[in-house]
Design a protein around this ligand. Structure first.
Ligand code: C2E
Ligand code: MG
Ligand code: MG
Ligand code: MG
Length: 281
């Protein structure tokens, strides 16, 4: 186990190093105009109902393929976009593209929903709720099929404002998920008073072999006692699926089921039934 932990630590450290060595200035230069040049794409990763094995929804994840830098991870370019005030344009595009795809899917996959990530600055925009409403109306999207994934930091920045926006989204019928749960600093008291619908347990807890199942169970029970649906992200093997099923986790997402893929491929994999191979418990 020490060896395993050592390897993970090394891997983490090297990823951090890569991020630091990413030429920030160059990244920023390339990022400007990248949207207009059509360098972005939305990929989709399924969320599986752990009881039935059915695909319930898809999380939309942004991909940037820069002709100069190659593929750049959103973990690298989103923080830069945030500091350079480019996130408004990027976030707006991601939302439109995801809602457009969700609506295009309805004929073949009635009721399929899409989850869109919203960064803290994006969520803080005054017009955020109005924009979301307008985009749904433009494509004729059902609000209840859209989930917005926000992080604790988006809520903590201005708790009163955030709460107000969450209530407006709820009135609109849009669902809200608290993403990366467990990695932030919000208190249980704050969580209890937040009008959200879904809790996404961060993959560090799902993947860390040192996280015991009592801890995961506690997070799941807490989510359920608050009336929330619970999602586990970062599931990479069958044993983890079985463990989460035993703990009554509602939904699962991870490379075990499927990687994020372009819309067409994401659906094709689903149609083949390759995602429905849940281990029975
Ligand atoms: P997130 O919202 O927590 O998304 C989940 C991340 O975990 C994705 O990374 C996904 O590819 C990855 N993942 C899923 N299953 C597994 C697994 O089994 N193993 C491992 N190792 N990883 C898995 P990705 O696509 O690189 O995105 C990173 C983060 O960038 C996202 O974290 C989200 O915070 C942000 N992001 C991505 N797309 C968007 C977007 O359109 N808008 C905004 N505002 N943020 C985005
Ligand atoms: Mg997310
Ligand atoms: Mg997450
Ligand atoms: Mg995460």
């Amino acid at each position: 186990r020490a060896k395993q932990a050592g390897r993970d630590t090394w891997r983490f450290a090297s990823e951090q190093l890569n991020s630091l060595h990413m030429p920030q200035a160059q990244l920023e230069v390339q990022l400007r105009g990248a949207l207009e040049r059509g360098e972005f794409a939305m990929y989709f990763q399924p969320l599986i109902d752990l009881r039935s094995g059915r695909v319930r929804s898809f999380e939309a994840l942004m991909r940037w393929n820069s002709p100069v830098l190659g593929p750049v991870s959103p973990a690298d370019f989103i923080p830069v976009a945030e500091t350079r005030e480019m996130m408004g344009g990027l976030g707006h595009w991601a939302m439109r593209e995801s809602i457009r795809q969700m609506c295009a899917w309805q004929a073949a996959l009635p009721g399929v929903s899409v989850a869109v990530n919203v960064s803290a600055t994006q969520f803080a925009y005054e017009n955020f709720v109005a924009d979301t409403r307008a985009t749904l109306a433009e494509y004729g999207g059902t609000p209840g099929l859209l989930t917005l994934e926000i992080t604790e930091s988006a809520v903590l920045a201005d708790a009163m404002q955030a709460r107000q926006k969450l209530l407006e989204l709820r009135a609109l019928g849009v669902r809200v998920a608290l993403d990366d749960f467990g990695t932030g600093y919000s208190s249980l008291g704050q969580l209890r008073s937040l009008p959200v619908d879904v809790l996404k347990i961060d993959r560090v807890f799902i993947q860390d072999s040192n996280t015991d199942s009592a801890f995961i169970q506690a997070m799941i029970s807490m989510g359920h006692s608050l009336g929330l649906e619970v999602v586990a992200e970062g599931i990479e093997d069958a044993a983890t699926v079985a463990q989460l099923q035993a703990l009554r986790c509602d939904l699962g997402q991870g490379f075990y089921f499927a990687r994020p893929q372009p819309a067409g491929q994401a659906v094709a994999a689903m149609a083949q039934g390759s995602l429905l191979a849940l281990p029975r418990c």
